[in-house]
Design a protein around this ligand. Structure first.
Ligand SMILES: [Zn+2]
Length: 223
């Protein structure tokens, strides 16, 4: 987790540039309150990367627009596009995890990209060597799930916490949560923006978290 100031500064510069180009705005709750809902919904959004220091998360400035619609959660089809071998089993486990906590949501691997709701790709994220992965939020509230998860091939195991199969499973479960529209601000333990050695022993979605997620993603329609 040790990083020099220079690296942080150059990363920050790059992220600031990215923010400018893509008109990303802050993902802080204060930021959300500045913009009205219509503006937020019109933006393409991207996950903040897991394990970035908080100031960098802010500078990347991503705005979740809302949760995916219930109808899009029943059968989420996922294509593995050049997923590194060491991520395949952890990713399979994450899909099983998301499919197991209630009977309303299902995720499964498909072998045709054309059929997929989510594409998981290994990509070298320039300047982001402390972030193992990222994901897209839904483009619109109540719409389809976010389309991509990125496994960062530039994650530096020497400078950062070395990834293990269990940590990859934890990280992938987290990222897929973003595809559904969950954010770092939701009261769900594994959606917190950082991971540590402790998560090596993560026991999966807890009953309490399962209830919170179910109530969040599948609210009872008011009558
Ligand atoms: Zn995240």
């Amino acid at each position: 987790m040790k990083k020099t100031f220079l690296k942080n500064a150059s990363r920050l510069l790059m992220l600031t540039a990215l923010s400018t180009i893509t008109l990303f705005t802050s993902c802080e709750k204060e930021g959300l309150e500045i913009f009205d809902q219509q503006e937020i919904i019109s933006k393409q959004t991207r996950d903040t990367y897991l394990n970035l220091p908080h100031d960098q998360i802010n500078s990347k400035g991503l705005v979740p627009v809302g949760l995916a619609g219930k109808v899009f959660l029943r059968d989420i089809k996922i294509f593995y596009n050049q997923v590194p071998q060491e991520w395949v089993t952890p990713t399979n486990r994450a899909l099983t995890e998301w499919s197991s906590f209630n009977n309303l949501l299902n995720m499964r691997r498909v072998f045709s990209r054309a059929d997929a709701d989510i594409v998981i790709s290994g990509e070298a994220e320039i300047g982001l060597n402390s972030s193992p992965a990222g994901a897209d939020f839904p483009d619109v509230a109540n719409g389809p799930v976010g389309k991509f998860v990125t496994i960062n091939l530039n994650y530096d195991d020497n400078q950062n916490l070395a990834l293990t199969p269990n940590l990859r499973y934890y990280i992938m479960t987290h990222e897929l949560g973003h595809n559904l529209g969950l954010t770092h601000f939701d009261p769900i333990g594994f959606m917190a923006p950082n991971f540590t050695e402790v998560h090596e022993n993560w026991g999966g979605i807890s009953p309490t978290e399962a209830n919170t997620i179910s109530e969040t993603l599948f609210p009872i329609d008011p009558r």
